[in-house]
Ligand binder design. Sequence first.
Ligand code: NAD
Length: 511
Amino acid sequence: MTDTGTHRRTPSTATFTSRDPATGRPLAEHPVHGPEDVARAVERGRAAGVRWAALPAARRRAHLLSWKRLLASELDAVAASVAAETGKPLQDAELEMLLTLEHLSWAARNAGRVLRGRRVRTGLPASNQSASVVHRPLGVVGVIGPWNYPVYTPMGSIGYALAAGNAVVFKPSEYTPGTGVLLARLFERAVPGFAGLFTVVTGAAGTGAALAASGVDKLAFTGSPGTARKVMEVCARSLTPFLAECGGKDAVLVTADADLDAAADAIVWGALGNAGQTCAGVERVYAVRAVHARLCDRVVERARALRPGTGPDAAYGPLTMPGQGDVVRRHVDAALAAGAGAPLGGTDAPGSADPAEPSGGPFVAPVVLVDVPEDCPAMTEETFGPTVAINAVADVDEAVRRTNASRYALGAAVFCGSRREGAAIASRLRAGAVSVNSVLGFAAVPALPFGGSGDSGFGRIHGAEGLRAFTAPQSVTVRRFAPPVDLTSFATPSAAKARAVALTRWLHTRR
Ligand code: NAD
């Protein structure tokens, strides 16, 4: 556990090693925190959280903005940690930091306004009362994070939960523990006097399961749908509320009048950036037949120029998780066996496109597939690699139908000559977030809620919804004067109650 406060003793003795995914070189040792450690972190969070929740919103805002400023001044150190643990290029890690700072700033500045108590109308029977709703913090929020965006993604829960007045216990992915620990250290430096308010516990599935079982007041999970099911099962035992941000199989729809250069540029970045390891990355493209071939040529031309690797010229890094290359190979091979074409990459993928890198290692050259049967894993399962499948469709209706046929529903994008028509197509898509004429446009807008449905999970982070997700609404009525007919008193005569019923019937039956 991160701890610079009074608590020193930790019962965990086991450790695990984080590694550079490009080389396998060890980076650091981290404790495997067990149920006892997790319980202690939750307990300390509970104590610190009471004081944090009691602060005026303006004080919490000031503390969180101090943390934001420290994260901004330590941007290089945090980005270096992200790059070392995930293998992504430093510039990608810097972009992740930039987006995170925008979100933290928005959550800090807007929590007071969004969560402020509000009066509501009472209606006739309760007209002697005043009524209001306040959003109370939940207490301690557990956050379980993934490795692919080890700052931006969990901070979508951590920053918003803290801004809403909660304490947080965070279990980062076992691939990126050092980044999680660094976030908490910087919080302790920026927000002194609140030891235990934001704690990191490290470890793998066992530590995550312990957090889910620890009695936290909500568990915000980001990861694969398979793991979400397991974590939700644990939460179900104690009725711990659960938020699931899971994978995606995001589609891009391209209409006949779209700007094909802009579409190709965005598709290549959305599919290959971060080696394709983006929950809302581009995995499928549906282009109307009239422009399909021209779009494919443009995508292939751009993708061919990109190289994975570790040097400054690398467009993207390695697959972070050992074993993910097998998933990518299975998806590509199955598509080719089913009759798909591969204008770029193919059967020898994954493999290095850079002779300086070890072939067949964690580096996967770009793969562009075309005409992939819709029942292939490359169209139905999350590939999470630098591949993209581009299929031709008869018209926009077919593109919408195929997009919506996925069991995932996270993000989507539409490229269309008319912005208005693009927005109209967006409204027909079963997706939590849609960008028109860009990809992932929503990720940089903190006021927009983010989340999916189906195998992409449920619940929302970011925006006002993301703040409210970490609160419980509390309804309060205050009796202002005695009602003319008190319907909640045994002392009220039956005749008076009957007159009230007659009046109500008259009110609700008239036109
Ligand atoms: P994962 O499901 O393997 O692991 C996620 C987290 O759960 C890790 O911290 C892991 O240690 C923990 N965990 C594993 N088993 C557990 C268990 N039984 N109990 C409790 N915790 C357990 O996912 P990953 O490989 O780390 O991340 C990649 C996935 O995350 C992809 O599917 C990606 O699409 C998704 N993702 C989604 C979003 C989003 O916002 N929707 C963002 C980023 C990543």
